[in-house]
Design a binder for this molecule. Sequence first.
Ligand code: NAP
Length: 336
Amino acid sequence: MLKIGVIGCGAIGREHIRRLTNLVPGAVVVACSDYWRKSAEETAGQYGIQNVYDTGEELIAAKDVEAIVITSSDSSHAAYVLESLKHGKYVFCEKPLAQKSSDCEKIIAEEIKHGRRLIQVGFMRRYDRGYAEMKRIIESGELGAPLMIHACHRNVSQTDGFQTEMGITNVAIHELDICRWLLGDEYKNAQVLKVRQSARSTKGYDNPQIVLLETSGGCRIDVEVQVADAYGYDIQCQVVCEQGTIDLPDPSAVVKRANAARSFPILTDWADRFIEAYDIELTEWMQAVGKEKLTGPSSWDGYAACVAADTLNRSRGTNRFLEIEMIGKPDLYQAR
Ligand code: NAP
């Protein structure tokens, strides 16, 4: 059994502890911690976790903790990843890898010193069957070259303290990863635009925003980002190719026919929308750790999304595209 410590026992921390405990073969959660100790204690009680630590650093250093899952708030990720690397432990870090690309560069530099990958980033959409099938069709070439992507990310609510920049670093970061993964290409330039603001959004952050990207190969991408106040949690993606289009399927739902209308419910919670993808993601991470060969989203992928996010946030208000500048891709992250 792989002994895992989880830092952050909030919404997704508890979800991941549940799946590691009940679903993922070979995993046992032996430790947890949270800024809010009561939350960690409750979670430990619920899932029979032996040890609760006051700090993430103590958990990382604990002798019986073999691998770390980081599900604390965005601003804490980079420091915990770097601390885990000091101890040479495997890490599954929820997105984003860091809030600034300079922190991702530090992580990459430290990981390279180990000569092997130790970090996986929680870009779970890559494990969603719909996105996986879209990628298969693109790579088969049956529809010709991909030309553009239209995507949208609509959400119901955000927690207090949410800010405009987080619409990119915390929310659109999923699209920043999945679009470059679908296309197998890096970004060349980016711009974020403010549009007419929803009268329903009264919390002081921009909502909605539109993200525009161009890849090195010349594909254009537009992403509508509604971080809150939408009708549901609705993720859409259409890839336009030379000979046809590919659409992300909606989650399956019962269709009701009544009152001269056909209707089906739209989900409201992110945890339900990608529930199967999270299960597959953690199961494959565990198997990869067992083989000591990680294959999922890497620190490089976390970095690429973060550079794009940094650039987008710098572009706000300039009304122009800014060039995306990345460091050279180290050998460790080249496809093998
Ligand atoms: P959450 O419900 O607020 O939980 C985060 C927990 O971590 C809170 O209990 C928080 O305590 C605690 N915490 C904050 N800083 C900490 C630190 N330095 N050390 C230890 N604990 C700390 O948030 P969440 O929705 O679970 O999100 C957690 C992370 O997962 C975020 O980075 C988020 O972006 C990511 N996420 C990913 C997905 C996905 O689809 N892949 C979905 C949801 C969330 P306090 O409340 O006291 O600060």
